[in-house]
Structures are given as C-alpha cells and as structure tokens.
Design a protein around this ligand. Structure first.
Ligand code: DP6
Length: 359
C-alpha cells in the first residue's frame, strides 16, 4: 500500500455534528524505534507490547462550521483548557489533512485524560495520538460507512503514526510491529500490524511494572532525539542491529526462550541510551537510580534464576518486564528492593493488553 491509498474518495454521506470517544493504551517497545526519515518513516522496524492500564481516554465532539479556511479546535485535559497541546495537534492536523479532507469543515472539541499522571515521565504521545486518530476515523466512518473494519484499523494506525511514530503501535495488541521487515509478513513503514506469528505461552499476560524514577520534564524531546540519528557515527550499524533483532525475536517468541528474550530486550534498551550518549550533542537520560535498579534486577536474577528483565524509554524510568507466573515473587522484590529508588515511591503495575476500545 502507498500513502496515496489512504486518500479517501468523495464522501457519500454528510453529517452536521456528533461525538466519539476512544480509549487507547501506551506501548513498550522491545526492539526500539530511534531514527526516522521524512514523513514519519522509521529508519528501522520496531516491535512492542501493547499495554493495558496506561491509557488515554479522548472524546471528540464536532460540529459543522461556516468558515472552511482554517482548523478550529479546542483542547481540554482533565476538563481544563490545555493550550500547550495545540501546536502539536495543529502539526498533526496539517500532516493528516490530505487523508482526512473534512478537517476544516468542523469545529472540534478534544477532551482528553490519561490514567497515569501527566508529569509521570510516561510518554502520552503514543496513547494520546492513537486515541485522537481513532476518534477522527470514527468521524470519517460516518462520512463513508462502507469502510471495512480492517481498513479502519489500518488507517487509524497510519494516521496515529503521523502524530507520533510509536502511536502506530497502540491501536491493536498484544504485540505490534511497525516498519517493513522482510521476515514479518504484511509489515509496513506506514502503519503498525499485529505480530502475525506464533507466540509461546510464556509471553501471555506478560507483566510490566513501570518504576517512576524521575518525573521531570523530558530533557530531550523525541523529535530532537530522532534527529540526532542523522549523521550519527553509529547510526547505520544500529539500524542493521535492529533489523537483526527483529529477525531473532521471531524464534524467541515462538520457542518461549526467556533467556534470549532478556538478552535482546536489555541490549535494545541500553543501545537506545548508548545512541543518545554518543550523539552530538550527547545526553545521559538515565539517573543514578536507574542504574541502581538495573543492578538490583541483575543481582536478583542471578540469585533466584528469575526471568525478570528491564527496558527503558527515552528517559530515566524503568519498565520491569516479567512472566505472569512470576508476578507475585517479582512484585514482592519490587516492593522490598526497588520502590526505594522511585520518586515518592511511585510505580504503575501494567500488563500486556489488546489495544484500543471505542467507548
Ligand atoms: C524511545 O514515537 O515518541 O519510545 O515519532 O517523534 O513522536 P515521534 O517519536 P516517538 O519515539 C519513541 C521512541 C522510543 C522507542 C519506541 O517506542 O520504539
């Protein structure tokens, strides 16, 4: 499929006003997306677990307007006007306008809230942009009721990607691949697809406890971060490594090989941070407490033979990943050994989920 195939033919219905609501989850990448080309095309494919509890709930009210020259919208976070979100949404509208030609016909009221604290350092762009993309697809579905369920989902992911790359992986679950890879059938740079192959029981209901180490504002926005991969001395090798890791994860997921899973996932997390440490300018996004937690996880794993591991986003928080059958023991370990490193003792228990829901 090409970008052009997402441009709709003339709509056969008209609608004056309405309101749609969607909830959409965050996701955590196992093979990371870091580096992009023009138009939100990733430099390498990525794969993520869709989460369940960390999500954004968005309602989109729309009503026809007279003036069709410009966008007109208001944004509310937790019921309060949130003008800081406007530039990002305006950029998103500009990027998707060709694919949603009705955008200037309506005034939109976007009411949004997250189940996790806004300042927790948990990126809300994946859940937020996917929820908004889904609401806009519901509007399009009114104008063109013939769109199939499959095309609806695909276009929602396509639009979400234009808002934020990782958002393309939040529409469905429980494992989603975004980015073309020769070994993943149906994979595309344009949208996320459900991981199409066999997944071992070991990965069912996988747990993700997010330790909130540093809730401060991000030091590096993801846009700046991705840009740092342009001209980065190790970029090409990194993109090759991600391709290889995606090939390797296929048999790991099939066989349920948790030791190899741990090695791949932790290496991906540290490579992401290594890319930031070796870019120009360079950044260290981990905090001392991030490293303390990583060392504690390694000690615990050695002492108990547990299959717990960690991964990181572009920040200091740690995602602790573990199989469902270890949920009691690892949670005990987290409470007794790791919570001390969390800001105000805060952590969020999450689990792999199945994707977004219409409300
Ligand atoms: C480190 O999706 O936030 O979380 O496309 O610029 O919005 P934009 O970037 P974004 O980047 C996420 C990067 C990451 C890794 C990942 O989720 O794959």
């Amino acid at each position: 499929m090409t970008e052009q195939s997402f441009i709709p033919e003339t709509y056969n219905q008209s609608v004056e006003n309405g309101k749609f609501s969607w909830e959409s989850p965050s996701n955590i990448a196992l093979v990371k997306y870091w580096g992009k080309k023009k138009n939100q095309i990733p430099e390498n494919p990525s794969i993520s677990f869709t989460l369940s509890n960390c999500k954004t709930i968005t309602s989109l009210s729309f009503s026809k307007k007279e003036n069709k020259e410009d966008y007109s919208f208001e944004v509310l976070l937790d019921g309060e006007p949130k003008d800081d979100f406007k530039p990002k949404i305006e950029t998103f509208f500009k990027r998707v306008e060709d694919y949603l030609p009705f955008l200037k016909d309506y005034h939109f009221k976007i009411e949004t809230s997250n189940t996790f604290p806004h300042s927790s350092g948990i990126a809300s762009s994946a859940s937020g942009m996917s929820a908004l993309a889904l609401c806009l697809m519901s509007v399009e579905n009114e104008l063109n009721p013939n769109i199939s369920q499959e095309d609806f989902i695909k276009k929602a992911s396509f639009l979400a990607r234009l808002g934020s790359g990782s958002a393309s992986r939040s529409i469905e679950g429980d494992l989603v691949v975004w980015g073309t890879h020769p070994k993943i059938e149906g994979s595309s740079d344009l949208y996320g697809v459900k991981y199409p192959y066999e997944v071992h029981e070991n990965f069912k209901n996988y747990q993700d406890t997010i330790l909130l180490v540093d809730k401060g504002e991000k030091q590096v926005s993801s846009t700046v971060g991705h840009n740092l991969m342009h001209g980065h001395p190790f970029a090409q090798e990194r993109f090759r490594q991600a391709d290889k890791n995606l090939s390797n994860i296929i048999s790991i997921l099939k066989e349920g090989d948790l030791d190899q899973f741990i090695a791949l996932v932790e290496s991906e997390a540290l490579t992401l941070h290594a890319m930031m440490m070796t870019s120009m300018p360079y950044f260290i996004l981990m905090k001392p407490k991030t490293l303390e937690i990583i060392n504690k996880i390694w000690e615990y794993r050695k002492a108990t033979n547990s299959k717990v591991c960690f991964t990181l986003d572009a920040g200091a928080n740690v995602h602790v990943l573990y199989p469902e059958k270890e949920s009691n023991s690892v949670l005990e370990f987290i409470k007794s050994e790791l919570v001390a490193y969390c800001q105000n003792g805060q952590y969020i228990c999450d689990i792999i989920g199945l994707g977004a829901n219409k409300l």
